[in-house]
Design a protein around this ligand. Structure first.
Ligand SMILES: [Zn+2]
Ligand SMILES: [Zn+2]
Length: 238
């Protein structure tokens, strides 16, 4: 985990959404929310990065692409790093940077899109969230990780089939108070993971002002088993 604060950064190093998924020599940075590029460099030489996945264009999931661009272009002088992202993001983000030049090789996501990055197979599914947003399944070595990205309850991890080894689910809210329907409560995250037969559930994207203990208890009750709370620099081996 490189960061897991929901929507804005939390105090004490609480970076926004970002995850490093590794299989053999393959390393994919999934979501580059604010604060996650600094944390990424604590775990991986940037030149070893295989690809970037951006689930959607909300800033808490994409703005650290700028730091990567600067380092690749002017520091490492590398080009052509694959970036998988919704359509329009290259132009929207590139506007602030004066364009990304040849730094990235952009791949536009669609519902049901698939890709191979080194030892990892990626599949994408459009979620229930206002800008085009894509959950991603990363599989390799007979293990499957599903990341929900941001979503409301009209989309479920079941879209990727049952029994993922790990579901990394957003759980922005707690069930008693859900200001919008564009995100999940911890209870909804637990219910969806249970319905999909997930082996493990990891909660992320919690609204920073909520008490995470309540979210964990709510999700555990709904999931029917203990769950784990994501935290920066937490590593999980599948
Ligand atoms: Zn978000
Ligand atoms: Zn969002």
């Amino acid at each position: 985990m490189l960061g897991c604060s929901g929507s804005y950064g939390a105090p004490a190093g609480g970076a926004c959404s970002g995850y490093l998924v590794r299989a053999g020599a393959t390393a994919v940075w999934v979501d580059c929310g604010n604060g996650t590029f600094a944390n990424l460099q604590a775990h991986l030489p940037v030149e070893d990065l295989s690809a970037v996945v951006i689930s959607h264009g909300h800033p808490d999931h994409c703005v650290d692409l700028y730091g990567l661009h600067i380092l690749l272009r002017y520091g490492l002088e590398r080009s052509g790093l694959p970036v998988y992202a919704p359509g329009g993001l290259e132009g929207a983000l590139g506007g602030l940077a004066g364009g990304f030049g040849p730094t990235f090789e952009w791949h536009v996501l669609d519902d049901g899109a698939a890709a191979t990055v080194g030892d990892l197979e990626l599949r994408f599914s459009r979620t229930d969230h206002p800008p085009p947003t894509f959950a991603v399944e990363l599989s390799g070595d007979d293990r499957r990780l599903v990341y929900t990205a941001d979503t409301g309850p009209e989309w479920s991890v079941e879209a990727f089939g049952p029994q993922a080894d790990l579901v990394l689910s957003e759980a922005t809210y707690q069930h008693a108070e859900r200001p919008t329907s564009f995100h999940l409560s911890a209870k909804q995250a637990g219910e969806a993971a249970r319905a999909a037969g997930a082996r493990q559930l990891l909660l992320t994207h919690l609204w920073p002002r909520l008490d995470p203990t309540i979210s964990v208890n709510e999700a555990s009750d709904a999931f029917g088993a203990p769950i784990t709370l994501a935290a920066p620099h937490l590593a999980i081996r599948l």
